[in-house]
Design a protein around this ligand. Structure first.
Ligand code: NAP
Ligand code: MG
Length: 402
């Protein structure tokens, strides 16, 4: 069999722990036997990030700007424990945060749905896609530990030197302060990305903030979304038979849980982080949640929504058997290959990615799955297999389709 050719390389960003193990297995078992894989490789494993003073993360994001499409493995975001574990020079920032800030995109997360796996919320009939704003707020914060009594102020100095001051708090003792920001341009492109994606997928768009409490900050989000809708999307939405709906974040949570799903839910950065884990879990497993960062300039970065599955990795290191679900990481690869195929006019590459997705879903529908899915699959005949055996089971079905 001749392998499927590629024209432009994918930006490949390797990562950490169990997902790094899975990464290589997916390539070896499910991709390189079929595709003449062209990638520009960046090792975002924690050790290499540390050695390069995190320059490698910046370089990989710049490469996505150059080539347009990237695929990323989960990576460790260092905390105090990791500094000791990896003997790090410093507590490097989240690679995802760094990449998101450089590409200034919107993250869309959608569950991989399987007929034989019913969501924990019985009313949910259709997937819920979460759009997470990928710039600013607490992910680009400045924090300060107040050690003694004193006055904290918010000071803005304009270009011509004029100062505007607002008192944050008069501290009577120890405390904490956090400064966050966002920019209209980024919120605007977030809004446009969400309306465009909703139209593309023919699903209604919900947007939520806390503008009753955050009367300036969150109100700007609400206003930009509303103006964008009124100006550019109202008619198109009506034609497509979909709606735009704004509500408060707490009301949105209640309504989403009672809904039948099938909407795109746009969230601010932090809300999206939290809610996407809630939605993923309720749909079955964090391991079934896919994620794509779409920038307004047309760059795409695909990844799994879950982390590096540390506990499984330590078991793997001890030589114990693991049953780690590779679905979201496989779908990161298929998403990236498909996009590359669309951009470069390679229909056989698109077709291959579709088949790999279908073979993966079919494997689970046939009752072969990893441990995390065993309890939630409704099939009467089912078995849990190990990490590598799951990929081999997919390969058998993929070979039948090819
Ligand atoms: P995690 O890696 O997502 O894993 C949390 C738990 O969820 C696992 O222990 C496992 O449960 C289950 N799980 C997640 N993915 C799974 C899969 N593919 N197959 C089977 N089970 C899966 O989150 P974490 O343990 O909080 O974080 C570990 C590291 O990942 C951290 O260093 C964090 O910084 C990093 N992280 C990276 C990203 C990213 O790069 N996008 C995102 C989140 C976290 P059981 O152990 O019960 O089986
Ligand atoms: Mg998260």
């Amino acid at each position: 069999m001749t392998k499927i050719a590629m024209k432009v390389p994918l930006v490949e960003m390797d990562g950490d722990e169990m997902t790094r193990i899975i990464w290589k297995m997916i390539k070896d078992i499910l991709i390189t036997p079929y595709v003449e894989l062209k990638t520009e490789y960046y090792d975002l494993g924690l050790k290499t990030r540390d050695e390069s003073d995190d320059q490698i993360t910046i370089d990989s994001a710049e490469a996505i700007k150059k080539y347009g499409v990237g695929v990323k493995c989960a990576t460790i975001t260092p905390n105090a424990d990791r500094i000791k574990e990896y003997n790090l020079k410093k507590m490097w920032k989240s690679p995802n945060g760094t990449i998101r800030a450089i590409l200034d995109g919107t993250v869309f997360r959608a569950p991989i749905t399987i007929d034989s796996i019913k969501p924990l919320i019985p009313t949910w009939k259709k997937p819920i896609i979460i759009a997470r704003h990928a710039y600013g707020d607490v992910y680009k914060n400045v924090e300060y530990r107040v050690e003694n009594s004193g006055k904290a102020e918010l000071v803005y100095t304009s270009e011509n030197g004029e100062e505007t001051r607002t008192i944050i708090h008069n501290f009577k003792g120890k405390g904490i302060i956090q400064g966050i920001h966002n920019i209209d341009e980024s919120i605007q492109s977030f809004a446009e990305a969400c309306f465009t994606y909703a139209l593309d997928k023919k699903v209604s768009l919900w947007f939520s903030t806390k503008d009753t409490i955050s009367k300036t900050y969150d109100s700007v989000f609400k206003e930009i979304f509303w103006k964008t809708y009124e100006r550019d999307f109202k008619e198109k939405f009506a034609e497509a038979g979909i709606d735009y709906y704004y509500t408060l974040i707490d009301d949105a949570v209640a309504r989403v849980v009672r809904s039948e799903g099938g909407m795109l839910w746009a969230c601010k950065n932090y809300d999206g982080d939290v809610m996407s884990d809630m939605v993923a879990t309720a749909f079955g497993s964090l391991a079934m949640m896919t994620s794509v960062l779409v920038s307004s300039k047309g760059y795409y970065e695909y990844e799994a929504a879950h982390g590096t599955v540390q506990r499984h990795y330590y078991r793997h290191l001890k030589g114990e058997a693991t049953s780690t679900n590779s679905m979201a990481t496989i779908f990161a690869w298929t998403g990236a290959l498909k996009k590359r195929g669309e951009l470069d006019g390679l229909s056989d590459l698109v077709d291959f990615a579709d088949k790999l997705e279908a073979a993966s879903i079919k494997t689970i529908e046939n009752g072969v799955m990893t441990k995390d899915l065993l309890q939630i699959s409704m099939l009467s005949k089912k078995e849990a297999v190990g990490t590598e055996d799951f990929l081999k089971a997919i390969k058998i079905r993929l070979d039948e389709m090819m």
